[in-house]
Design a binder for this molecule. Structure first.
Ligand code: ADP
Ligand code: ZN
Ligand code: ZN
Length: 714
């Protein structure tokens, strides 16, 4: 009889090792397939880790402390994860200290996830032509029934079928895939681009860091590299950090490579994701453009991976398993013996540090294709507010006016949605906060609602003060809605469009807004950080960055890096084509090196400054870090859990243990965090696993979240 080891997701406990089940009969079952099993009377879907033939079941049973039960049902006909991906899942599980089952789940589209109920996919009818002569006549050996019927009468079809020249099959519906059709690049590479391309191709390093100014032609290099790989018949993966950037990237790749592109991002429905997944799985798409989870697509023969804007935090998954897309990309490239290009104008400090140590190949593009970098101005908002300019400073306001007169476009970046972030009682000073989080409620004027940006809680803005009963409110701070209002007041003729999480909630609205802006149906685009990156609009000649030093107030060791990145990326949207661009950066703390160097776009000086700070604080890249979060509803239980973990790790002199510190309440959950640091990551992982496997908490009471190499510690 066969014994099957199965990974399951336990509803209460943290379990990392597989459980064993019996399999009677001859049915095919292999690693990477899903099965239904019974676990303590609960029906669960599990993931098969291995199948072995066992002669003496009784002896086998004695080695276990639970009763062997039979597999109830085999769900799949073939493995959902091939060997490469299965091994990758186990590796990811170890590296991120998360249950293997959570990794397999993260790698598959929702429709195939081991824990979800198994719904059959949509089906369609195919005509398969068996006769050689007929195949030649139709120039294909199969076609969708409806397509076939268009070319052929019902009479002929029936005749052929009866003669056995063709038959029909019921198949899972798949997304359309087009032909790979490579059109020539509209121009020749510049000398610098050509040198960069040659250096990438001849480098003996598998990972290349392409450090290039915004607008220096990195994307063009990706496309030319991709072209060679596609012509060799291999596959290409292009990763972008955010869904708002996929449409631009897709458009550029589609105009060069035709429609044989699969697209994979969070804006797709489950069915669409499943279809795109199948396209790659059946080798019907050779180029994939997508966000984070596209890194798990089932490629057979990958020839190139590009991670554009490689420094971006969206590449890090913010729920278990907390993997970084860059790590996964590099791991997959090792398996496929292909190159990974990490592209950015502001590489992550870790990446740049690796590149100058020659772990990665460093390639630099230090000139823009068309214009010089835009002229940047730093505006002191302390002075401006004294003069009564609270939102838009005088120099920026004048600059906007000029650009509008010349029929050019303007981008205004403010990384806060809503109308105002703070509502304060006009009589007693009470601030309205979310009942579920330690966070102030933002006023949204469009909907006349108060909204919690942390948990989404929404309530009417027509309220009286809970403390004194007054109905007089003062609004503090600015959000995108208020900025649009103010801009409209100053420039009544300007056509203004807003892009933030509220205005893009609907499917495809990202693309619609950006395309309308590209067609110059709007003069001013106001938005949050989603408009800071990657966009390439020739008519944009002015960018304004509001509250640029805001992120410096975060307690995070990376807050300076994030501030720097945002300013540089946003500035990069200006003056990309024929007219010289300009940038205004509004800030209060104008002497900070992060702000000053960002305005000068001096990455190297910033890198050197910031590395000193990281060195003195023993922060990454000088150390490795793991954050442990304890979250739950019972504050006492959490405090005990966090402090006992801290005691445990403090005994280890090879680790530096910080905390635990109490964090702000979120979604009715109390949170404690512990941070471990060490120069030896392997050792730290080993210690962490030992501790983790011994934890017996009910995960509904104490949720333990492990974050290896955390990007954001807020
Ligand atoms: P990046 O990705 O570094 O921001 P892009 O590849 O988007 O830069 O290039 C900036 C602009 O220059 C784009 O509009 C692109 O089409 C154009 N471009 C890139 N390379 C060339 C070239 N060799 N000749 C002419 N135009 C180019
Ligand atoms: Zn009050
Ligand atoms: Zn809330």
């Amino acid at each position: 009889m066969r014994v099957v080891s199965v990974y399951i997701e336990h509803p209460v406990m943290l379990l990392n090792s597989p459980f064993h089940y019996l399999l009677q009969g001859e049915d095919y079952l292999a690693r990477g397939m899903r099965v239904k099993v019974d676990f303590n009377g609960r029906p669960l879907v599990g993931f098969v880790d291995g199948v072995e033939e066992v002669e003496d079941i009784d002896a086998y049973q004695k080695t276990l402390d639970y009763q062997l039960k039979e597999i109830q049902e085999i769900i799949d006909k073939e493995p959902l994860l091939n060997d490469e991906l299965y091994e990758l899942g186990l590796w990811m599980s170890y590296q991120t200290v998360s249950p293997a089952i959570s990794c397999f789940q993260a790698m598959l589209p929702a429709a195939l996830k081991p824990s979800s109920s198994h719904k059959p996919a949509a089906r369609e009818r195919w005509v398969v032509i068996d006769d050689e002569e007929l195949k030649r006549e139709f120039e294909t050996k199969e076609a969708l029934l409806k397509d076939f019927m268009q070319k052929c009468s019902v009479y002929r079809y029936t005749k052929y079928r009866k003669a056995g020249l063709l038959h029909t099959e019921d198949r899972q519906k798949q997304a359309e895939s087009g032909q790979l059709r490579i059109s020539q690049a509209p121009y020749e590479l510049t000398e610098k681009q050509q040198k960069a391309l040659d250096d990438i191709e001849t480098s003996d390093r598998n990972v290349v860091l392409l450090h290039g100014l915004t607008g220096s032609g990195k994307t063009e290099i990706y496309m030319q590299l991709a072209q060679k790989v596609l012509e060799e018949g291999r596959q290409v993966l292009i990763l972008v950090p955010e869904i708002s950037l996929t449409s631009m990237m897709i458009e550029r790749f589609r105009s060069r490579f035709g429609d044989s592109i699969a697209v994979y991002h969070s804006g797709l429905s489950n069915t669409e994701k499943y279809q795109q997944h199948q396209l790659v799985r059946h080798n019907r798409a050779s180029l994939v453009v997508g966000t984070r989870s596209a890194v798990f697509m089932p490629f057979a023969d990958l020839g190139l991976i590009v991670l554009d804007e490689e420094h971006d935090n969206s590449y890090k998954q913010d729920s278990t398993p907390r993997y970084h897309t860059r790590d996964i990309a590099i791991k997959r490239a090792e398996y496929h013996h292909c190159k990974v290009i990490l592209g950015s104008a502001t590489p992550a400090l870790e990446s740049y540090a690796r590149a100058i140590r020659n772990v990665y190949q460093l390639i630099t593009l230090d000139e823009r294709i068309f214009q010089k970098l835009p002229v940047s101005h730093l505006v002191d908002m302390n002075r401006e507010t004294r003069q009564g300019n609270f939102i838009i400073s005088k120099p920026l306001a004048e600059a906007i006016g000029k650009r509008l007169e010349n029929n050019q476009q303007v981008i205004l970046l403010l990384n806060r949605r809503g109308y105002t972030p703070i509502m304060k009682c006009g009589s007693c000073g009470e601030v309205l906060t979310c009942p579920h989080c330690d966070v102030t409620l933002s006023y949204h004027k469009d909907e006349d609602k108060l909204v919690c940006h942390c948990c989404g809680y929404t309530t009417s803005a027509d309220v009286s003060c809970p403390k004194c009963g007054s109905r007089k409110w003062r609004n503090y701070g600015i959000g995108t809605q208020r900025l649009v209002e103010e801009t409209g007041r100053l420039y009544p003729k300007a056509r203004i469009v807003r892009m933030d999480a509220d205005s893009t909630a609907k499917k495809d609205s990202h693309r619609d807004i950006l395309e309308a802006f590209r067609r110059h149906e709007y003069d001013i685009l106001v938005g949050t950080q989603m408009i800071a990156k990657g966009l390439d609009f020739p008519d944009v000649t002015l960018v304004g960055v509001f509250n640029a030093d805001g992120p410096l107030n975060r307690m995070d060791y990376r807050s300076v890096e994030m501030t720097f990145d945002l300013i540089v990326q946003a500035s990069g949207r200006s003056g990309r084509k024929d007219v010289e661009g300009e940038v205004y950066v509004q800030a209060y703390d104008i002497s900070h090196y992060g702000i000053r160097l960002a305005v000068r776009q001096n990455y190297i000086a910033f890198f050197n400054n910031e590395m000193q700070y990281r060195h003195s604080g023993f922060y990454p890249p000088y150390s490795y870090m793991i954050a442990l979060m304890f979250a739950g509803k019972d504050p006492q239980l959490l405090e005990d859990a966090a402090f006992s973990a801290a005691e445990h790790f403090r005994l280890d002199e090879k680790l530096r243990t910080l905390g635990p510190s109490k964090l702000l309440k979120r979604k009715d959950e109390y949170r404690y965090r512990l941070v471990l640091k060490s120069t030896d990551k392997a050792y730290m992982l080993q210690q962490l696993w030992q501790w983790y496997d011994a934890q017996k908490y009910n995960r509904h009471q104490v949720a333990i979240q492990v974050d290896v190499d955390p990007c954001i510690l807020d």
